[in-house]
Design a protein around this ligand. Sequence first.
Ligand SMILES: N[C@@H](CCC(=O)N[C@@H](CS)C(=O)NCC(=O)O)C(=O)O
Length: 340
Amino acid sequence: MAPPAPPNDIILYHYPFSPYARRVIWYLQLRGIGYGQCIQPPTLPRPDLAALGVRYRRIPLLAIGRDVYCDTRLILRKLEQRFPDGALGARNGDQKAIERLLEKFTVDAGVFNSASALIPPELLVMKDSRFQKDREELSGRSWNAEDVKKGRPEALVNVREGFELLETTLLADGRDWVLKTDKPTLADIEAIWPFHWLVEMKGALPPNVISESRFPKVYAWIARFRAALQAAKAAAPKPVTLKGPEAAQHITEARFAEEPNGASVDAEDPLGLEKGDVVEVWPIDSGSRHHDRGRLVTLNANEVTVSSRCEADGRKEVHIHTPRWGFRVAKGSGDAGAKL
Ligand SMILES: N[C@@H](CCC(=O)N[C@@H](CS)C(=O)NCC(=O)O)C(=O)O
């Protein structure tokens, strides 16, 4: 029997409790864009991704055709470009700035890092030694219960500052949505996800420090967002679930979503790399030991693309895309098909 076809040629690799993956799932739901999904374990190994030749160890990843996009910052940008009709991104300059700065605030500036330090050590998953070890490999910090408890006060102070910023600036005038729109936009997604995640997580926020009575506007905004999502989810197509081998087969047999002939390497890029160079690319904040490797296809101000061989079928190549910000790219050596 033929494997199920992923709607719009999209396959999202994720696991349901990933707050980063939710950024993408919410976006797809709010837009009503159908997609396929391939559910991953919350810890390594992830043979479904290894089969594609992908070393990047974080979740989510999104494939469109034979192009695989790492990192939600790039994924959301690509979805905006690929489905411009009804895009959720801001339209004017000031609003675009707010949207981008909110992304930097939550993803880069550490709101999420502090939020993740508030996962209660009592949660079952936190007592799982395999999960602990996996996250230590990822982050380079200790995840044992005692150390997690020690880190909580400082993380709480940081997260409280995030709540306070939203309460007293963007949401202070009583608007429904961050950009004063009728419906949630990308700027709401960029701002809300770590706060929403913590509010939903039992035991993460001590009510004497962060609660509905202290931050009523933020809590009301989260409740509105939840209701908007529920309505969008009910109206959106249900995701089509694919098993790992089905997803890999689909991807390796698909066309490239981005025409390889149109790809270019910026001759003025400060790194001085050239098209076809064998390079390695990896995130510099965490999961940095996992390097993707391949021939350089695209290098511009916002994106690196390498062509990497699939482990499952060494004749097939997929294009792995990452953002520039938060990632390092450097010349590798030898054959791009070799395993790292
Ligand atoms: N900057 C990345 C961060 C992604 C990230 O850290 N995701 C978490 C899951 S929420 C993760 O990968 N955890 C480790 C893992 O699942 O292997 C993005 O925006 O996608």
